[in-house]
Design a protein around this ligand. Structure first.
Ligand code: ME8
Length: 490
């Protein structure tokens, strides 16, 4: 039987710095979705990686007296090690300096050039080195770069342009006809507003080599390298073998989700969609732009020195605790603030009191009263039926929340169930049943609680990659992939 596929991506991160909580956020979110779909039995492909070309990387490398490639080779390891520490199970990690990527980018450039979709033109405008792009006169704020606030330079040069402008009407219609294409809805409206109120220009996709050497050479003009965004976005199709002819691209495209932060929504919604359109490839099914983390009320920045290192948080709270906190704390799509106090209270109350207690209070009973063997079920009471009913409602709520990419709702639904199972234990009081010697009812109650533990373990497994399989092992199971399948709790 042909299995359903699920393809998910994160942005490929710049190797000009170490990963921080923001990078961890998107990557953990993608990992949770990938694990959930694996549990559903889907054929999953999860792609992440690093963006290694462009001015930012060239400049940072120069600061350290390294070649850009040496710099990228050193820095990429930080990302890979952090993802290992956070138990991120990606299928592939793409680096834009790899030959496989350069090859695809050059093939696409040549094809679009041959088709007249890329053309040279003399251009004059205000160039911001820091933002790595041109601005028009009216974009400038007090004569400075609107993105960085730094001085701009008036430059006149010939560059290559991609015919993005002529796709404006098509893109507006596409977004209007596909309500799930850009989420959350507020971001979708933002993109539509931008497209309806501005004239979409063609996109400058080259940089003269004299100004920027660190990029993929244009195959049709060796005096230029490719603009870093035009190069980077292509990873999403190159990474699954676009043009390779091995069937992978046809199998996995369109991606189910491109997860990105709101900072790079436009490049994805506008540049990427029109690039794909020019190639005759349909856009991804969903582009989800999540919100922004600040730290104790302030923007993370080098100058403030308040970068939150995910590695340190894993050392302090474990990978499960940190993963859970990230997705529990703020609705995906909204902004949020990181504080050390927040993470501690989350872990203690939700993971310790609720989930931990359910298992820790019930399993010793099974051990003591039934020699560690989960007892058989006796006659069912209304309380048992209510718990069963909630179990079914929970599954439906969790699936619906995943569909809406709402991790907070997924977790809310799971925790309603966990808390109800704890309450069931309080009200059914197995300790009293044991004292009374009511072995049949005691067996049924413990069976239901053990079953609730198992359901909770399977549901929480995408978030708690160590604790949840551990809980299954406590229940006497292997805790491997087969035990984590959704169909085992249906
Ligand atoms: O933009 N809060 O790379 P990048 C939440 N190379 N998420 C954050 C965040 C924060 N404070 N800071 C960063 C690039 N992120 C390009 C992408 S894709 C073809 C090329 C996350 O290293 C968020 O996902 O600047 C954001 O979009 C991404 O890191 C930017 O990473």
């Amino acid at each position: 039987m042909d299995r359903k596929t699920f393809y998910i991506t994160t942005p490929i991160y710049y190797v000009n710095d170490k990963p921080h909580i923001g990078h961890a956020y998107t990557t953990v979110a993608a990992d949770v979705l990938a694990r959930h779909h694996r549990s559903l039995g889907h054929d999953v492909f999860f792609l992440t990686g690093t963006d290694e070309h462009g001015q930012k990387v060239q400049q940072t490398a120069a600061k350290f007296n390294r070649s850009p490639q040496e710099h990228a080779d050193l820095l990429v390891v930080n990302f890979q090690n952090t993802w290992k520490k956070l138990d991120i199970r990606y299928n592939d990690f793409i680096r834009t300096t790899e030959p496989r990527h350069k090859q695809v980018v050059q093939a696409i450039l040549q094809r679009l050039y041959d088709a007249g979709e890329i053309y040279p033109e003399k251009y004059a405008g205000w160039y911001s080195t820091a933002a790595e792009r041109f601005w028009t006169e009216k974009d400038l704020v007090d004569g400075k770069c609107p993105e960085t606030g730094l001085p701009v330079e008036y430059i006149e040069e010939t560059n290559y342009f991609f015919r993005m402008g002529k796709r404006q009407e098509w893109l507006i219609r596409y977004i209007e006809e596909h309500p799930r294409f850009i989420l959350p809805e507020s971001r979708r409206n933002e993109v539509l507003g931008f497209l309806k109120n501005n004239t979409l220009e063609d996109l400058c996709i080259s940089r003269p080599r004299s100004r920027l050497a660190w990029g993929i050479p244009l195959p049709f003009d060796e005096n230029y390298v490719t603009y870093v965004w035009f190069d980077a976005l292509i990873n999403y199709i190159g990474g699954i073998g676009y043009g390779a002819g091995d069937g992978r691209f046809e199998r996995f495209w369109p991606a189910n989700h491109h997860l990105v932060g709101k900072d790079i929504l436009t490049t994805h919604a506008v540049y990427w969609s029109t690039m794909l359109h020019a190639l005759g490839v349909e856009p991804c099914e969903n582009l989800f732009a999540h919100g922004w983390w600040t730290v104790e009320g302030r923007k993370m920045s080098k100058s403030l020195g308040n970068f939150v290192d995910p590695n340190e948080l894993v050392d302090l709270y474990g990978s499960d605790g940190f993963r859970y906190f990230l997705l529990r704390e703020m609705p995906f799509g909204a902004d949020g603030d990181f504080s050390a106090a927040g993470i501690v209270s989350r872990i203690n109350s939700d993971l310790g009191n609720d989930l931990g207690n359910l298992a820790n209070r019930s399993l010793p009973f099974v051990e003591r009263q039934f020699d560690g063997l989960i007892p058989p079920l006796g006659p069912e009471t209304p309380e048992d039926r209510a718990l069963k009913q909630l179990h079914q409602e929970t599954l439906a709520a969790v699936l619906a929340a995943y569909h809406d990419v709402s991790f907070t709702r997924v977790l809310d639904a799971i925790w309603i169930f966990i808390r109800a199972a704890n309450k069931y234990m309080d009200s059914e009081a197995p300790w009293t049943l044991a004292k009374k010697g009511d072995h049949e009812r005691l067996g049924t109650v413990l069976y239901n609680i053990a079953e609730s533990c198992r359901i909770a373990a399977v549901l929480t497994a995408p978030f708690l990659t160590t604790k949840s399989p551990g809980l299954l092992r406590k229940l006497g199971m292997a805790g491997g992939e087969d035990d984590l399948r959704w169909k085992t709790i249906e």
